[in-house]
Design a protein around this ligand. Structure first.
Ligand SMILES: C[S@@+](CC[C@H](N)C(=O)[O-])C[C@H]1O[C@@H](n2cnc3c(N)ncnc32)[C@H](O)[C@@H]1O
Length: 262
């Protein structure tokens, strides 16, 4: 990965670590429970979560697996994850700093490899997917969760323009068809797939990205979002609620089978 993008990711997630950690811990217990159920982890699993952030998923899944490791580029995220781990006194988890593009693990060691809400920050998601496959045991499973961009080109372009303006560490949100093509090219079988809408407050979404309403970028994102309303030109389906907008992201959850050799 180009050092400049790594820097952007670390700056963004260092700046927003507190807001982001509060958001994932406070707002998603049901979602985390749903993901844990979707993943169908096993008690003997050695699990790896790539781009683990503050560790919400890992700490939720830990009681159901043998051991879980989390890796993330941003030191501040790892610090948050360790603090949550200490608070909850969870022992069978460890967190470390590292790059998803160069995972510091041997081939074929993990029973389950996961990554959530991170592929849209990666300049080369296919490279990271290959790394996840490399460190997973043949015949084991991957769980990939991320937002999905609209399929139509014009809508997708505006969707990603808004995302990148809000958060410069965003590279691009992929479409369902991009994910399916990437899985096929990597030889992964899709065992389960769930696509679901997720509504959120525009104001919270902006705050979580570290933007205040008096900032120019905030105003510009809000303007683009409002202008997209008549034809839903960016695929966020925004609607007005008081001084806020309710926007929708579609999310894809994919349970994937790692191919056996031969
Ligand atoms: C939107 S957060 C998601 C965090 C976590 N997976 C969650 O669901 O709460 C994206 C995370 O990806 C990390 N990240 C982005 N690019 C990375 C890379 N190349 N290698 C490792 N971590 C990366 C960021 O530091 C950030 O913590």
């Amino acid at each position: 990965m180009a050092p400049s993008h790594q820097q952007t990711v670390q700056e963004q997630f260092t700046k927003t670590a507190d807001a982001f950690a509060r958001y994932v811990v406070r707002d998603t217990p049901e979602m985390v429970a749903e993901k844990v159920a979707f993943a169908q982890v096993r008690a003997a699993d050695l699990l790896l979560d790539v781009c683990c952030g503050p560790g919400a998923f890992l700490l939720a899944v830990a009681p159901r697996v043998r051991f879980a490791r989390g890796i993330d580029l941003t030191e501040e995220m790892i610090r948050q994850a360790r603090a949550f781990q200490a608070e909850r006194r969870i022992r069978n988890v460890c967190f470390e700093r590292g790059e998803a593009e160069r995972l510091p693990y041997a081939d074929g060691v993990f029973d389950f490899v996961t990554s959530q809400y991170a592929f849209h920050h990666l300049p080369a998601p296919d490279v990271v997917l290959q790394e996840m496959i490399r460190v997973a045991k043949p015949g084991s499973r991957l769980l990939l969760i991320d937002s999905l961009a609209p399929e139509a080109d014009v809508r997708r372009e505006l969707h990603n323009r808004i995302e990148v303006l809000r958060d410069p560490s965003h590279t691009q949100t992929l479409r369902l068809t991009d994910f399916r093509d990437m899985f096929r090219a990597a030889g992964l079988q899709v065992v389960r797939q769930l696509i679901k809408p997720r509504e959120r407050s525009f104001n919270h979404w902006m705050r979580r990205a570290g933007l205040d309403p008096d900032e120019e970028r905030y105003t510009e994102v809000r303007r683009l979002m409002e202008e997209s309303m008549p034809q839903d030109a960016a695929g966020f389906m925004p609607r007005v609620k008081g001084d806020d907008l309710i926007i929708t992201h579609y999310e894809g959850l994919f349970l994937l089978l790692v191919p056996e050799p031969g």
